[in-house]
Design a protein around this ligand. Sequence first.
Ligand code: NAD
Length: 348
Amino acid sequence: SRVGYAVVGLGHLSLENILPAFGECRKSKLVALVSGNPQKLQKVAQQYGVKPQNCYNYDTYDQLKDNPEVQVIYIVLPNAMHAEYTIRGAQAGKHILSEKPMAANSEQAQAMIDACNKAGRKLMVAYRIQYEPYNRYVREQVRQKLYGAPKYLELHNAQQEANPNHWRHIRALAGGGALPDIGLYCLNTARFLLGEEPTEVFAYQYSTPGNPLFREVEELVSWQMRFPSGVIANCGTDYFTHESRRYRVLAERGWLNVENAFAYNGLQMQQAYAVGQTEHRDEIEIMEKNQFATEMDHFSDCIQQNKQPFTPGEEGLQDHRIMEAIYQSAQEGRPVKLPLYTKLDPFR
Ligand code: NAD
């Protein structure tokens, strides 16, 4: 049987990606919805065949505890609301899947982990890249040192935002600007590909003066991370330049380049490598999967088999600690060392 999900928040990501993805799931099914907009709730419930008694608003949310059809609550709200709805959801006895970034800061992330532990419920952060076949292929090649040990990573995620009144531009709801929203992909993917944790970061930050989009949150962050193996990752993110979501992993005898690396689909990969004196370049094609269905089914599997999710709350907490060090570095104009955190088994 399939694991029942309640989806909280009917914004763009839910309506355009998550709800349709249930149609491609094998272990997960949509059974309940939570929204503050009654008209939208009714319309979406009808469209997806969700029963009227399984429709909730933010005030009736805690009554999910009396609904045995719901095993997982999937939180798709503005970042600073993830903590409250995770904690209330765990208290209602449900497992929690939280959208990224996990929270607005590391303190909230820790409170989410504590609440789920206390309630004996599982917590997963929706890092879909870690379930996506191209990115998993790159990680496997890094692990096997296909072209020798990697030395350098370059990652960039840029996306244009237009509305200064959207929650993404309000610090109290977003927690930050380009960094936690889209720069997080560079950070989390670098850690995922290398299977190790950075020991030091150095960052610059910029916001165009007078631009209402960047009154409260930053426009651009450029940062470097040093890893224990010696690898340096050079990362950048911004809300200004033409969309670009790419990275390159450079090793002694070759490189892998991924375009649209953080996109929902349309990923493209090129490799270059030397055999003797001959340089080869080619395209690598991998069958795409619906990333949202894959990650939901992973969580459902963990619940059915009582296993730890591949991207548990600790994974989100770690990103928040590193982002805080990145902001600190940009503010102080000097590198910031990170304490040695115990890495979750990188190849778990
Ligand atoms: P959105 O603005 O489209 O939707 C947010 C929803 O929250 C809206 O339906 C809004 O009505 C509701 N909401 C409830 N209380 C609110 C309040 N006080 N202020 C503003 N909105 C409120 O945003 P989105 O793009 O769907 O993002 C939702 C979450 O999903 C965010 O955490 C975001 O980072 C994450 N996200 C993840 C991905 C991914 O690829 N995994 C992609 C996009 C967004």
